[in-house]
Design a protein around this ligand. Structure first.
Ligand SMILES: NC(=O)c1ccc[n+]([C@@H]2O[C@H](COP(=O)([O-])OP(=O)(O)OC[C@H]3O[C@@H](n4cnc5c(N)ncnc54)[C@H](OP(=O)(O)O)[C@@H]3O)[C@@H](O)[C@H]2O)c1
Length: 377
């Protein structure tokens, strides 16, 4: 495994991080009709990941493990299970990243990025994760009802109190990252990363790479395999026990004729190279990082150790530039034909904001207007 620095900080993270949004589940359901998590398989995956050199594990206070949409009975499950399976590993060898923002309780301050909610949720996350500190604490997505200065000051206080080492954010617009970087400098805290949806098929966040470069942020690329669709396994339908079997929106989002066509052409390149589609998808991201000069760290999910092992091998594939260009050509040609490779419906529903550009010199940033109050991640 190779390690790179996160943002401009000295923190070293493995070239791939392990995500815990969806965990392997049992066939048995609980009293709410939700799949129970296969904790023993999680234990095996986490152990194997650490054995393979992955030192960075991403979670969120709201992650539930194996269901969608999230409900308040199941939030916190992923952190709790992660806390349990990490017992016995040396905490200091690990980089634990978690997030705050999503709804955790039904009361008015049960969600958001207010000082009150952040201060409450760090205590809860530390308890669930059974640790004294979080390495990277991320604002999961914007909270239009809270001034970003209040959120950043609360995050900075956590750093100054030693509860958090580094801070980052996720799903914010590019200009908000610029403003948060400036605030972080003023508050003397290391703001190091943006966590964004990024894979060969879904490139709306391409524009944010420039911001990342300018402000010295690393990009933690989430859903780097397009939730499994870039593994090729959906080319002939929805396979048994795959994520799409229990997330009915996924086939609608990914199994459109144009996306299947793109994935098929991607698959043909992988076959010709003699690598797995998943490995090509991850190797493409690492090459893209090289091209744009920004550290992009894919956060991979896995429901079986074999998936993890297959995916980790991508780190040793050095994609040749001509193959990289060929993949870019396939992508561009499909775009030119009018294919929409990103599900705009999904993005506008969950993530896109009508956002007022902040005055970088200090005025309050308005994230008001159309911001959604919940996302399922
Ligand atoms: N900040 C945010 O808003 C946000 C949003 C989403 C995710 N995230 C983070 O990013 C992490 C990764 O997201 P993701 O789980 O969507 O990533 P992903 O890597 O795109 O998808 C992972 C899923 O694909 C399938 N898969 C993985 N490797 C495979 C292989 N080799 N062969 C066949 N199938 C394979 C597995 O699902 P099945 O076996 O169940 O099909 C696995 O759970 C999350 O855990 C979370 O930490 C953050």
């Amino acid at each position: 495994m190779e390690y790179i620095n996160l943002g401009r900080s000295g923190l070293k993270v493995s070239k791939l991080c392990l995500g815990t949004w969806h965990l392997p589940h049992l066939e048995e359901k609980d009293e709410y009709g939700v799949y129970k998590i296969n904790v023993e398989e999680v234990r095996r995956i986490v152990k194997r990941a650490i054995d393979l050199g992955i030192n960075c594990i991403d979670t969120a206070n709201r992650y539930h493990g194996a269901m969608a949409p999230v409900d308040l009975q199941h939030v916190g499950t992923s952190e709790r299970i992660l806390g349990e399976v990490l017992q016995g590993f040396d905490r200091e060898s690990l980089v634990i990243a978690t997030k705050v923002r999503g709804q955790m309780a039904p009361w008015p301050n049960g969600e958001g990025l207010s000082r009150k909610h952040i201060m409450w949720q760090i205590r809860e996350s530390l308890k669930r994760l059974r640790t004294d500190y979080v390495d990277l604490y991320q604002m999961h997505w914007p909270d239009p009802s809270t001034p970003i200065e209040e959120s950043m000051e609360a995050m900075a206080d956590l750093v100054h109190r030693g509860l958090v080492n580094y801070i980052g954010a996720s799903n914010f617009p590019a200009d908000a990252y610029a403003y948060m970087s400036q605030l972080a400098r003023e508050l003397h805290v290391p703001f190091v990363s943006m966590q964004e949806l990024y894979n060969w098929l879904e490139r709306d966040n391409d524009a944010k790479l420039e911001t990342a470069k300018r402000y010295g942020l690393s990009v933690l690329a989430y859903s780097p395999l397009a939730q499994g669709f870039l593994t090729g396994k959906y080319l002939s339908g929805v396979p048994q026990s795959s994520r799409a079997t229990y997330m009915p929106d996924l086939p609608k989002r990914y199994m459109t004729p144009e996306r299947l066509e793109a994935v098929k052409r991607f698959h043909e390149v992988a076959q010709r190279l003699g690598v797995k589609d998943s490995q090509l998808a991850l190797a493409w991201i690492l090459k893209r990082a090289e091209e744009v000069g920004v550290a992009i760290v894919p956060i991979i999910g896995a429901t079986r150790t074999e998936q993890l092992e297959e995916n980790v091998e991508a780190v040793s594939i050095n994609l040749k530039w001509d193959v990289y260009r060929e993949l870019e050509d396939i992508y561009s040609a499909l775009r030119a034909k009018g294919y929409r490779l990103t599900s705009y419906a999904f993005l506008s529903k969950y993530l896109l904001l009508r956002y007022t550009t902040p005055t970088i010199t200090g005025a309050s940033v308005s994230l008001a207007a159309n911001c959604p109050s919940t996302v399922s991640q």
